[in-house]
Design a protein around this ligand. Structure first.
Ligand SMILES: [Zn+2]
Length: 489
């Protein structure tokens, strides 16, 4: 659990000691101690009723036990949002559980984790810089709610729905889960009659003043935020992958300088590990070749079912949108209508593990990355031997981009550091001042080619090899497509 560092925080040290004392004394002594704590801290019990760090706050809170962070205390206002049940029916990693069986955790669990870490981060900053930054009760509540609700606009199957399915049915119109999150928050407040100050509600959705508060949850400036702290830890654990990155150091030592969250120079390599662990997760789990194959099939199934089920028209209004969740696969499977036969067959194929066949992949050579245009099924079909009968609809291509959050740039270059707590200067650090073993390049583009039918693996693989020769003057693939796979009929 994230806790305040006692040596740097006399106020929190007091609360912590009094908590221990109270727990070890009979009830009436506890009450006296509580009263003393209130007076000592000068905390207004009404104002601070939602803070985990006050007795009143704890009394009015409920707690749940999270498998990553331990006990999470839920304040009364957040509970009103939590009880609307949003996000419980969306898996955090979409279809990854069909390859990593443990990856069945929900967006709800992740949102609780972000809520908790956002609260811990803002309270830690407040403990050291509260008066300097004028952090008040409403700031803390805003950051926690922003953490809780940051993913409320996500559709089913994680990012696949937004990046792969919607662009093919929206004919150029724009939709983003961030915009939907804002609409959903308003909808939840209205629908469930949640009493919240309208100014605070506005700040939960977006804020320009005290930008550092918003950066705690989603940091567009330097990419370090508690959203990543939670999902990197949670997703690694659920998939059974090791996680060498530990966010606790960063949480305990972050410092706001000129409205910007800065880190200690000595934590440079910890931050580097944050970005590389995230990239590893993308490579190993989120874009795993088989996870992608299954995603491609679900996209095809959703496209087939779209007219009949009106999926894309459900994304316009929050009152329809919340009904869209991962159960749509089961709905397609159990709907007997003839119009859904194509979609149903695809879902059945996934269940029988008769999935699109991975033929081969290449990592785009470094010197070709700058002007690289995504490869399409048409490119592959046009590269088949003369007289070949391969059709575009037999082939699927994915162009997967893996980077350290800043494309071909070094994300560490946009982070400001400080030397120690006595220094008031913030500065960037060149990576060669830290180590000569850090990457010289920051992006991979991986092209994967699949055959929709097992009997076409050999033809598609040959066409892909020809394409590589034409495009790069060499075969960029590392391995040949296995003979066993080519012979499968
Ligand atoms: Zn998130």
């Amino acid at each position: 659990m994230i806790g305040p560092c006692l040596s740097r925080s006399p106020d929190l040290a007091w609360i912590y000691l009094l908590t221990l004392l109270a727990a070890s004394l009979p009830y009436h002594f506890s009450s006296i101690t509580l009263e003393f704590a209130e007076k000592t801290m000068g905390a207004s019990m009404n104002e601070e009723s939602s803070s985990f760090y006050t007795w009143q706050g704890r009394r009015l809170s409920k707690h749940v036990h999270d498998n990553v962070h331990g006990n999470i205390y839920l304040d009364p206002l957040s509970l009103k949002f939590i009880d609307t049940e949003q996000l419980r029916d969306l898996k955090q990693l979409g279809l990854a559980h069909l390859v990593y069986p443990g990856a069945v955790h929900s967006r709800f669990e992740h949102s609780l984790g972000v809520y908790w870490l956002a609260g811990a981060a803002v309270n830690t900053i407040k403990a050291y810089q509260g008066s300097e930054l004028e952090i008040d009760h409403s700031d803390i509540q805003t950051v926690k709610l922003a953490g809780l609700l940051h993913d409320v606009g996500h559709g089913p199957f994680s990012h696949m729905f937004e990046r792969e399915f919607l662009p093919r049915v929206l004919n150029g119109s724009h939709w983003s889960h961030e915009d939907m999150s804002v609409k959903m928050i308003d909808y939840i407040v209205d629908e469930h009659n949640i009493e919240i100050d309208s100014e605070n509600l506005k700040r939960v959705k977006s804020t320009k003043e005290k930008q550092f508060l918003y950066d705690i949850v989603a940091n567009g400036r330097n990419g370090i935020d508690v959203d990543k702290f939670d999902y990197i830890t949670r997703d690694s654990r659920a998939c059974g992958l090791g996680c060498n990155f530990q966010f606790e150091r960063l949480m305990e030592t972050m410092r706001v300088m000129g409205d910007e969250i800065c880190y200690r120079a000595k934590d440079y390599l910890t931050i580097h590990k944050l970005f590389t662990t995230r990239a590893d997760l993308h490579r190993t789990a989120y874009t795993h070749a088989k996870v992608k194959a299954i995603e491609l099939m679900v996209v095809d199934a959703l496209l087939e079912a779209n007219n009949c089920l009106g999926i894309s028209s459900s994304i316009l209004q929050p009152e329809d949108f919340w009904k869209l969740d991962d159960s749509i696969m089961k709905s397609i499977l159990t709907d007997p209508r003839q119009e859904l036969k194509g979609a149903r067959d695809l879902i059945l194929r996934i269940r029988r593990r008769d999935i699109y066949q991975f033929c081969n992949e290449i990592s785009v050579p470094k010197d070709k990355l700058e002007h690289f245009k995504d490869i399409t099924p048409q490119d592959i079909v046009c590269s088949q031997k003369a007289g070949g009968a391969l059709k575009e609809e037999d082939v699927v291509v994915t162009n997967v981009k893996i980077d350290l959050t800043r494309g071909r740039n070094n994300p560490l270059a946009s982070i400001k550091f400080f030397k120690d707590y006595d220094c008031h200067e913030k500065f960037p650090i060149r990576d060669d001042c830290i180590s000569q073993m850090l990457p010289a390049f920051y992006q991979d583009k991986i092209v994967r080619v699949y055959s929709k039918k097992p009997e076409l693996v050999e033809t598609v693989s040959d066409a892909f090899e020809n394409f590589q020769l034409k495009m790069f003057g060499m075969k960029a693939q590392v391995h040949a497509t296995p003979e066993k796979k080519k012979r499968r009929r």
